[in-house]
Design a protein around this ligand. Structure first.
Ligand SMILES: [Zn+2]
Length: 248
């Protein structure tokens, strides 16, 4: 068999690997701050884009500790004068498993995190007031808002979107003691929503843009986050940290 044929046979496998291990993406400055997006941490369901099981989450924390990152909440990240090697872990939606499985590991490794609550999100087992209070009191966890009902803001009339943004801040502040940061559900928003978030008194907002950037006035209401997935292996974790995403 000629080399040409061999190449043709190997090509699909090579493209498959390059799709899942995006080593070809440009690396970002390792000193730049990082935000990471997670949702659930539970052994009860399969690993997925929404769920990083506890064993995998612990591997991620061990990698981050080994890399000497400075662990901060999102608001601490915004307040920091020097953000070099700072990393903010974030969890969207406020699943109760964040308390049962992620919080013990955060305490074990002394890692901080920010949890974005949607207080009236339907159909999920949510963190309750006692759990939120205990996590907030630990000094390791900050709570932000993710709208009241976990809505796609781009599908709402302006007044409705404004209410979801403003009222969720008051509700989360009532539950957790403070609420300074916002997360756009489904990553759906536009410049008008960024202005609403600023006007509601938040001082930052996170998006689902998969990137690593310096933080400035231009992106403080659309902060990028590194994508994670419960099935990612150690190599993919390293690629994600270096580049902002690990796959196409
Ligand atoms: Zn969400």
């Amino acid at each position: 068999m000629s080399l040409w044929w061999l190449g043709l046979l190997l090509l699909p496998g090579l493209l498959f690997l390059l799709g899942r291990y995006a080593i070809w993406l440009p690396g970002r400055n390792p000193e730049w701050p990082r935000l990471m997006m997670l949702h659930r941490v539970t052994p009860a369901i399969a690993a997925s884009g929404m769920n990083m099981p506890p064993a995998r989450f612990e591997k991620l924390l061990q990698l981050l500790c080994k890399r000497n990152y400075v662990f901060v909440t999102v608001s601490e990240l915004m307040d920091a004068a020097d953000r070099r090697r700072h990393i903010a872990l974030t969890f969207d939606d406020g699943f109760a498993d964040n308390y049962h499985y992620a919080f013990p590991l955060l305490k074990k490794y002394g890692v901080k995190a920010t949890i974005y609550l949607a207080p009236d999100i339907p159909d999920i087992e949510k963190l309750d007031l006692a759990q939120i209070t205990e996590m907030a009191a630990s000094g390791l966890v900050e709570f932000g808002a993710h709208t009241l009902h976990h809505v796609n803001l781009t599908r709402l009339a302006a007044g409705e979107a404004e209410r979801e943004i403003r009222d969720s801040r008051a509700r989360v502040a009532g539950l957790a003691g403070s609420c300074r940061s916002f997360a756009y559900p489904f990553g759906r928003f536009n410049a008008e929503h960024e202005r609403m978030v600023a006007a509601a008194g938040y001082d930052s907002a996170v998006s689902t843009r998969k990137a690593v950037e310096l933080i400035d006035a231009g992106n403080r209401f659309c902060l990028p986050r590194i994508s994670t997935n419960g099935v990612m292996d150690g190599v993919q974790m390293r690629i994600a940290l270096a580049k902002g995403r690990y796959r196409i």
